[in-house]
Design a protein around this ligand. Structure first.
Ligand code: G6P
Length: 615
């Protein structure tokens, strides 16, 4: 994790780097630091805390002059979050300054070797080892900075996106990538470096995304030279035109990114099916799927791998795919899949789901599946991300940048893509009746309007949040395709309000969680009008009999559950398979309001990060 930003050019580097770090705080926010070169000496400031804390520290201790600099916002891996462990880290001579996102796994042995050669270390970080290793190689081999970086990176094991400069050659930044993302923005007489393009979007739309095992030497007045770290070969780097705009990464009048992103769902669900779903013609067009449709229709099995919220989207897909395609589906945590010895055959299809496209465990699971001959299909939100490039084919969600750490719109757009895939595979395979197929196409087109209607309950949900905000525990129940929604609802609450919450299949409640129910226990039940309605009503009765408090998500106009529940949150009627796209909405709002009322940092919850690029 961690966010890195660098600048070299003719402007003042400080405001660019500070604003850039604020945009990258979703990647980590336990400490931050900046190093600027003012032409004479290095101005370095670091602190535990967020980027605003860094700004305050900078105001006290350094001059902010200089048109070259690097900055970092951290999610600690090696060494606790404190001022000393914060990046940037300097080499022993003070000449080299480095920021790093990732982990150097063999740092301990490298450190011992450097200590034997007389190096000393101030921090507990692997990064300080790397910057001194580069310094030592530069000295011993008498090579330029770029070459020293290359030799050093061939000695390290791990993952990295790094940026560094030498105060003796301040017109040059050196960057490299393996496993963690790194984008280079190319302006006029200026260059930007960042973990994603958001820090430089208002300055340039031209960017190079480094591939794994590539490094670049960025020198003022020259073209960016990209090389392979392993064999030094020059790479013809592709300059991409960015589509991102500033509005997409700002709060747009909302108090939090999370709320903005919840409210964006009608639009981004539509963006995700726009041009792909032609309901009146009965057509679904997904380029990546169409090109490989026979692989899917002939597949023996689909294995879905993902982490976190994306894993919940995978669980929803299991129900939908099995229903419409009749292909057996297994859903696996990427972190478990990669470390067991999974049986994978060439007739298996692996679908990897990842908002960021950078999650380390998902990436490793993809590599394993590919090695064993499976065809791997990616569903990612971030265009050009590592997972989108590592997979054989795939479909993007079009959720736009998701900045709130708790995932919302990524989840519903992932389900939108997975729903279209299942419908199309089912149609080609002949596993879904044509009338059913047509019905779901038409109903999917109505979902954005239904989400808007569900969002209208916001004030009512806020009132419910006020009643339950001090509860110590919550139970979330759902059945069938809404069981994963219960898991996701519980995860949202845990993530941002730090209230313990558990998601459970409603019927399974009897086998354990029922023991927890008393008059202090709010139970959120997804009880919409569907096949299991009667069964869920019975589950609600069981909770009532034990004095539990029921907050139910119901279909508009419901009277039966409404009569039993303490509170209801309504969503419009839609076919059961599509209900997760709606039932999720009130649960997102409920957790949001509880966290706000508890005065928690909704967009940057403690200990979490948006994109987990370490295992
Ligand atoms: C982190 C985030 C979650 C996300 C998970 C998987 O834990 O905080 O919101 O669901 O990673 O991320 P991915 O980018 O692979 O979907």
């Amino acid at each position: 994790m961690c966010g890195i930003v660098g600048y070299i050019g003719n402007k003042q580097a400080y405001p660019i780097i500070i604003n850039g770090l604020k945009r990258l705080e979703y990647r980590g926010y336990d400490s931050a630091g900046i190093a600027l070169f003012d032409g004479k000496k290095i101005q370095l400031s670091k602190t535990k805390g967020k980027v605003v804390d860094l700004e305050a520290r900078v105001a006290e201790e350094i001059e902010t002059k200089g048109s070259v600099g690097i900055g970092h916002t951290r999610w600690a891996t090696h060494g606790i979050p404190n001022d000393v462990n914060s990046h940037p880290h300097c080499s022993n001579s003070g000449d080299l300054v480095l920021i790093h996102n990732g982990i150097i796994e063999n740092y301990a042995s490298l450190k011992t070797e450097l200590i034997n050669r007389g190096y000393t270390f101030k921090s507990d970080t692997d990064t300080e080892v790397l910057v001194n290793l580069i310094e030592e190689i530069k000295k011993q081999e008498d090579v330029k900075l770029g070459k020293a970086v290359q030799i050093a990176l061939n000695q390290v094991v791990g993952a990295y996106a790094i940026a560094l400069f030498d105060i003796k050659k301040p017109n040059e930044l050196v960057v490299a990538k393996l496993g963690s993302p790194l984008a280079i923005g190319i302006g006029e007489d200026e260059f930007f470096v960042a973990s994603d393009a958001s820090p430089f979007i208002e300055f340039t739309k031209d960017a190079i995304y480094l591939e794994d095992e590539e490094m670049a030497i960025i020198r003022l007045g020259r073209e960016v030279r990209v090389r392979k770290i392993k064999n030094d070969k020059l790479v013809n780097a592709n300059i991409q035109k960015l589509k991102l705009n500033l509005e997409q990464i700002e709060k747009g009048g909302y108090d939090h990114f999370m709320l903005k992103e919840i409210y964006e769902q009608p639009t981004v669900i539509k963006d995700t099916y726009r041009g792909r779903l032609l309901a009146n013609k009965g057509i679904i067009k997904l380029g990546g799927l169409d090109d490989n449709i026979s692989r899917f229709t002939n597949a023996d099995r689909i294995i879905i791998i993902a982490c976190g919220t994306s894993w919940h989207a995978g669980l929803v897909a299991e129900y939908i795919f099995e229903e419409w395609t009749r292909i057996p589906v297994e859903v696996e945590y990427a972190s478990e899949f990669r470390y067991r010895n999974p049986i994978i055959t060439e007739k298996d299809i692996v679908i990897a789901i990842s908002q960021s496209g950078e999650t380390a465990d998902t990436l490793a699971a993809i590599k394993l599946a590919k090695q064993r001959g499976a065809f791997v299909y990616g569903i990612c939100n971030v265009v050009g991300s590592t997972i989108s490039r590592e997979t054989h084919s795939g479909s993007y969600t079009h959720a736009g940048p998701e900045i709130g750490v708790a995932s919302t719109k990524a989840f519903t757009t992932q389900i939108t893509v997975l729903t279209m895939m299942a419908l199309e595979i089912g149609r080609v395979k002949g596993a879904i009746a044509q009338s059913d197929y047509m019905l779901h196409l038409r109903e999917l087109e109505l979902i954005p309007g239904h989400v808007e209607a569900a969002l209208k309950s916001n004030e009512k949900i806020e009132e419910i949040a006020a009643v339950f905000k001090n509860a110590k525990n919550f139970l979330y129940l759902g059945r069938g395709v809404n069981f994963p929604v219960a898991l996701e609802g519980a995860l949202k609450l845990k993530e941002i309000s730090y209230i313990h919450a558990e998601g459970y299949p409603a019927a399974e409640m009897k086998h354990g969680p029922i023991a927890l129910i008393d008059d202090q226990m709010p139970v959120v039940v997804v009880a919409i009008n569907c096949n299991h309605y009667g069964k869920v009503v019975s589950n609600i009765e069981e909770i009532k009999a034990r004095s539990g408090k029921i907050i139910a998500v119901v279909t508009e106009g419901d009277t039966e559950v409404a009569a039993l529940a303490d509170y209801v949150m309504e969503v419009p009627d839609t076919p059961e398979t599509l209900t997760p796209l709606l039932t999720t909405i009130p649960l997102q709002l409920l957790s949001y309001h509880i966290a706000v009322m508890l005065d928690k940092n909704v967009d940057q919850p403690r200990n979490l990060a948006k994109s987990v690029t370490v295992e």
